[in-house]
Write a new protein. Sequence first.
Length: 132
Amino acid sequence: MTVFEFEHLQVEVDKSESLITIKPLRALSVDEINEFRGGFLVESGCRLILWDLRESDLTEITGDDAVRFSAGNTEGPAGTRLAFVVPTPADYGISRMISARMEIAGTKTTIGQFYDMDEAISWLKQPPADLE
């Protein structure tokens, strides 16, 4: 496993599991997330993506933010899975709003929301139905 420290993110890449874990170190704008997603995240080649948002507050995210986040997040290799791990029901609802916008935009990524890291990792590692 390799750990990268950015100004605003801590990122762990486990190539053997094709798993990337992203933990924000401060509040992030949608533009910062999209920049990261379009660069480092794509280049990692990982198809299992875990956003550890347990120490984040998503309550400032607006519907417009969800639309902007989802707009460029429709492509990915077959079997790509994205899990959001959140601390509160409000954050769960916001992450679900983002997921719904991604689904409406036609994402090929399977998305899940969780309160527990172990549950999220277990779900991420399940074989995708379309690849079984």
